[in-house]
Design a protein around this ligand. Sequence first.
Ligand code: SF4
Length: 487
Amino acid sequence: MLGDGEEAVLEITEIVRTWKAEGRPGGRDEVLTRLAETGGVYIPRFYDVEYLPDGRIQRVVPNRDRVPYRVFKRTTMDLDAWPYPKQPLVPLAESVHERMSVEIFRGCTRGCRFCQAGMITRPVRERSIEGIGAMVQKGLEATGFEEVGLLSLSSADHSEIAEITKGLADRYEGTNTGLSLPSTRVDAFNIDLANELSRNGRRSGLTFAPEGGSERMRRVINKMVSEEDLIRTVSAAFSNGWRQVKLYFMCGLPTEEDEDVLQIAEMAKNVIRAGRQASGRNDVRCTISIGGFVPKPHTPFQWAAQCDPDTVDDRLRKLREAVNSDRSLGRNIGMRYHDGKPSLIEGLLSRGDRRIGKVIEAVWRDGGRFDGWSEHFSYDRWTAKAAEALEPLGVDLAWFTTREREELEVLPWDHLDSGLDKEWLWADWQDALDEREQDDCRWTPCFDCGVCPAMGTDIEVGPTGRKLLPISPVGVGSPVKNPALSQ
Ligand code: SF4
């Protein structure tokens, strides 16, 4: 099922229930056909793929009546009508993210060109401040968690994030309940927000994701945060008591050169310099975390050639040397990264078509398990099995990963409709190559990505000007913990 599940799951349930009540006519095939008929459920075996002699796809067509040519994603517009989960399961074991998660809005129109989630979840739909308050209150009562994560693709972009964080921090003042946001955009961050987040909890590290080391690279990926913004923000954070900043980047982005990656080292050094100056201390830290870029379907980079692992590894090695070239600054900079090989296999899985199924099965039959864990990952096994399975079909690993696609190539996911106009995606890809930025349509006029007219939807943002009222009991000595545990 494509898109938001809230409403669609009820329709799916109804279809299955009716089919069962009728005595299961036509067996599994019939119920799947009824689901496909809704237009929002993709049944791969109801589609045949025809290939050109060079291995590219010629077309994807339904192989039976009643099945649509394209499958559309579903979009739930009123998130407040769908609060969830009222009584989440709480694991008995301690989990990594031991917190209650509340989604404060869905979708993102910032337009980062590498980001599939941002592209396929458009448009932006905000939950109201009262809806968020109610979800937090009920969730804490039902679970006893001591931390609430305010989640979304870019949480600080909620039009009322200041009121939400202040309202929640006021409500839970004097309790053990802390608030957190996932990594924050530098340009949406401010120190008041950070202070509200840490009012009742720990002052942990701050995380930002500039993604690209150089200004040029950030124009290509449309992540327009400037180094000045970053330095100003971290200076404010360091002078307000923070001691640690984490920065996320990618390596292997389209058009990237060594110089773009080496500027990550300069940025990290400038963060340490600014931190030392702002805090008057020498022990400030900056950790840079670098992931290999993997092009994703339904993004402007779906046509891009993925960077080969040797180039990625070479750039990361040079970056490490650049970080360590200044011992005084370098010892306060941590660097985390993976080599480029797993990213290439991720690239195969990301943009592969149904022919990749044979590779996955062959790897599994050969003992491949838990490949996401580096100690279990075998690049040699993947490359050997890919060669065996794909060679008879006239394609190979490089064909699926490091090959740039042409504008008119039929892509394996073209019949799955996320609402984005393919012509708009192509134009945005050309803008990326020309290093041209694209604004956020939340605050500027629509630039016709196609989602709103295709889905009959619209951007839904505040501000509404409403406030979060205190709940009772609250205050010092009345921690909002799990009432069941305190009885
Ligand atoms: S159709 Fe226009 S307003 Fe809607 S998400 Fe796309 S660019 Fe933004």
